[in-house]
Each structure stands twice: as C-alpha cells, then as structure tokens.
Design a protein around this ligand. Sequence first.
Ligand SMILES: [Zn+2]
Length: 687
Amino acid sequence: MNPAKRKHTFMDKFVCKISKNDDDRSTIDQNMSTPTLTSLDTKCEDINQKQANNTHDIGLFLGKSVNNTLKYEMLMSPWNPCSAYNFKADIGVGKRPFLFSWLKQYDWLCYSPILKGAFCKFCVLFEPPVDKGRVQGAFIKTAFIKYKHFQAQLKIHSKCSRHIFSVQSAKEFIAIMDGKKINVHQMLNCSIKNVIESNNRKLHSIISSIIFLGVHGIPLRGKTDDTAIFNNLLHFRVECGDAILNDHFKNSAKNASYMSHRIQNELISTIGSVICNMILKRVNEAECYSLLADETMDIAGIEQLSICLKYVTYENNQAVIKEDFVGFISLEKLDSESISNKIISNLQEWGLDLNKLVGQGYDGASTMAGHVSESLLCRIVAPSLTKLCVTRWSDSHKAIRKYYENFLLIVEALEYLKLNGNKDTSLKATCHLNSVTTSQFIGVNCDLFSANKHIKDLIKYISDDRANNEEMFLILMKDINMYLNELGITLMTPRVSSKQTLRNNPPSSGPEDYYRKFIYIPYLDSLITSLNERFPEDNSKYEIISVHPKYLKQIKKEEFIIQLKFLKLFYGEFIENIEEEGLVWYNMWKENNETNMDFLKLLDEVTFLPSIKKCILIAATLPSTTCSVERSFSSLIRLKTWLRSTVIENRLNGLALMNIYKTYVQIQKSHIIDETIKLFAMEPRCM
Ligand SMILES: [Zn+2]
C-alpha cells in the first residue's frame, strides 16, 4: 500500500473518531502533533470537500418545503461540519473565521459548508413571514459571515420577532411530531367533521319532512312561502322540539336556509333517484326483465310515458314477480321512433342491461309497430273534450257513456277538424273518430297463453262483424238515430268535392252509408290489422309458456322439439342449451301428474337446468297487460293537479316514486335519507 494513502486512511479514522467525541478544535490541535503541516493542509481540504457534500447541509433547505420527517430530524439532530473542518478556508484571508465552539453555545446555530456561512436552523426550516417589508437577510435567507460582529448580531437575531416566530413554530411542530398535540390538518378535519355532522343532522330533518309530504302525496308549496306546507311542517318540527332545526333557522345564512324551491327540487329529485336506484339494483340482479310502457297526458297537456319494469326477484328466498314503476318520461314527439329512442336512452341512463330485456308491453302497441296509435291519439284529444279517467275502467266507462250522449256533436266537431284542420289535427281527429266507437278490455290476471287465445277469438269476432258490416251497422245506427231524434239533429253527409285526390271519396247513397263506409269499415279494418300485427300467427315467442308442465303434457315430444327450436331461434344465446335441457325437462314431467303448479314454484325444480330456468323466468316476466303502468297514472293525477300543473320532470318523478312506494320508502327511510345526503353533498354548497 502507498504510505501516503495509508496515512490518509489513518487520518480519516482519526478525524472521525474525534468528531464523534465532539471534541473542540483545541483538542484536535493538541492531538495533531504527529503529522506534518503540509499533509495536514491537504487533509483539511479533503475534509472541507467531503463535508461540503452532505445532504443534510442547512444551506440546501433555504426557501424549500421540507417533508415532516426530515424537518424533525434536522431539528432534533442538526448536521454540522465536524470539528476538524477548516473554517478558515471558507473566509477571505485576514478575516475572522467561524469558531466551532459557537455551534455548541447556540442551539439554533448551524454552519453550511456549501454556502460557507452560518444560519439559524429554526428560521430556515420555519421561514417567518415577511415583516413590514423588511428583508429577511442573514441567518434566514443568506449566510452570516461577518464574524467580527458575531456576538452582537447573534443577540439581535435571537431577540427579533421573526426568530421568535420560527422558534415557536418549531416547538409546536416538535410537539405534534411527538404526538403530544394534534396537527392543524387534524384540527381542521375534526372541525370539518363536526360541521359535516351538524349539517347532516339539519339535512336529515329537512329530507325527512320532504319524504313525509311526498309519501302522503301532500303538496310542498303553498300560495306563498309563509303558507307553504313544507315550511309550516319544518316549523312544526321546531315546535315539537327539533333543536337542530331550530338552531338552523336562527343562525343559518340567508343563502343557506335549504328551504328554497331550487333546493326542494334538488332534494326531491335526489330522493327519487335514490329510490329508483334501489329498484334498478333489484332489476339488474334479475336474470331478465320486461318493459311496460303506457302514455297519458297530464293536466298540463304534456304527454307522459310511464315506464314499469317486470322481473322476478327473491324475497325471503321466495321467488316473486314484481312490476315496478321507475319513472315518467315526458314526450315531445309522439312518433314511434322518438318514443323508442327516448325509452332506450332512459334505460341506458338507468344503467339497465338491454341484453336482459326479454319482453315489451305497450298500450297502443301499434305506435311502436310504426303506426299511429289510436289509444295514444285518443288520449291527446279526450281530456280536452271530456275528462276521461285513464286508470279506472269503471270511471272511464262513465266518462265514455257521457261522451256517447254527446256523440254526434263530437263526431261533427271531429268531422269538421278532420276536413278543415291542418294535417296533424285532421289525422288526430280521424283517429279519434275511430277510437271512440268501440273498446276492448283485456283482463288483469291472464297469462300470455290465454291472452293470445282470447285475441284470436277477438279477431275472428271482429272479422265476422266486418263481413256482415251492413247488418251490424244497422244495429249501431238504431242507437244513434235514437240520440239523433232526441237531439233533433239530422245526420248529414259531409261536403264531398267532385274532384278528390288526397283522400278516399267513394260514392255513398246517404249519410248512413257514408258513415258506414268512411268510419265503421275502416275502423274495423284497422283494428283487425293492428291486432294481427300485434299477435301474429308465428307466435313462437309466446310459446315459451309451453315449458310449463301443464302445457307440456298436452303436446307430443316431436312437437315440443320443434317448439324448442323456435325458442332457440328467437332467444338465441340467452337460452343456448335449451334443446338438450328441454328433453330432460320433458321426460321429467311426462311421468309426473302434479302439473298444476304456479309458474314460480317451478323454479325450485330447475336447479340443474339453467336454460329451462331462464325460460321460466322469461315466461313469468313477459307482460300480458299494462295494468300496473296504468296504476302509476293514478299517482300522476294526484301529483299533477290543476293547482300544480307545472311540476318539472325530475320533481314529478321524485314525488311519484315516493308516493307509489309509500310502504317501501317508510321501511327504508333512514337508508334513503343517508343516501340522499351523500348524493346531495357531492355538489359544493354553502351551509
Ligand atoms: Zn432565527
């Protein structure tokens, strides 16, 4: 080994040892008697260079944000050059150098070999705010090097307000790091948490009141804010001892009372979406669902499409069929394309899987088949003529009977509109004319199989009428003539132009003949066509019901195989294994005589036949009537009255959902309130 190098290593060890012992410079000088002066100088340069590379040098932290751990480390055991450090080399020749012993005397003092000067560790790590524009100079932003006046400057610094501020900050910081004190963030979090909790309690009272009113179908507003039921109810709560609400009324800012109409609407629609989401969650968990839709016009003249979903769910391990209302969609356009687009976009918005949609039921199905719906148009015109109850058939019948009394007047008016109105009015009038002459009702609890059979009979019955139209119309005319006589009106043929290019203009022998040819026959024809379209001969999709053992036993195995093929073709991947499982299923029931069981009871038997299970679920889900949709209209009528005719869509849906799911909402009330607060608080608000 090179002797110089050996000495070098020796010196390093020597220096290190001394520095560890924290001896001051005089001791080193004493001990350094052995090495020559030149070699000592080189050693000092080496030491100085080495020391100038330390990552804990105070000079590196000037004006920088330091992480808490490092800051703590720097405060508790600050790094300083060792006693062997040549402070003389950092300062110009002839100037007084820094003394190592000063570091021991003043705990806040640090020396930076990088910046070649002294600093105050507190002021560097906890930079004091700029005070009255005074420059934060030596010890804080720049190195202190005028060691001639060191003692005087030291006293000045240690007494200045900036230094006192930094020392205080450092003390607090150390206390926090030692766990004796919670930090500002925690303090803030804690106070925020308290604020949130108190706001939640306020909102809880307000939301609970809205739910109370919504569930009972009571209007929230009144003629003025002072008479509004919602406001009165809140004050009633205060009277009953709701201290939080009382405090809120007394202390809340004017822009944060949470009683404005805008907030009401927001809360109602949020509650609505919470309820809706709870239902949609159940629907999404089901294997498949059907869509039921029906339209009605509300009191404000807005066409509302009510959407219900039919699905099978499990309650206490029992399968139950549910038909749940999920919302009203207001329609701007009434053609099939706009309606179906609206429905699809809403289903997607609700996060429903369209692949699971196995059936659709519409009242006025012909609209959705691409034609103008009679029932749809009937409802557009009907309320403006006479109030037609859209939900209760008995009331509806009463209205129609009244209607029938004024039948001819209405017909005349419609005839006039048909001929003289614009294209739209004329179309509506024509359809309305057709729609009021007869009505057919389908029972509530029939399954698709019997419903289909019923329709077949109906088509045959109407076709017979069509064949004997002259005879049938005479019977009808007898009644009409009776009214005509009573009212003293003569039945006239409307004006017929000699040249007619835009519509049918068949010759007629008289008014009776005219109405028969113009209204009666076209009406029967359209009815037969639409029924045939809705229930086509190839009704393989309805034969899904044939998986029920009751029907299964009535057909031969070969027939059943053909039906399975149909089903496979129609539903495809959804029931991919149906042909194989179908045969197992067939054999299973051929020997069994207990076949008259409920559809849902069958679900217990199909654990190992997933495709059959899906068939049963589809069959149970397929809609045969849209009665439950009609039920939602009862709620609509209660909600949108003459007094409240301008309810916006979201508010309407929220109120309708609360009103329709009364019992459910009351059971789930606290959950709904919590969820509503969560959703409501997502927006930034002042409280
Ligand atoms: Zn200081």
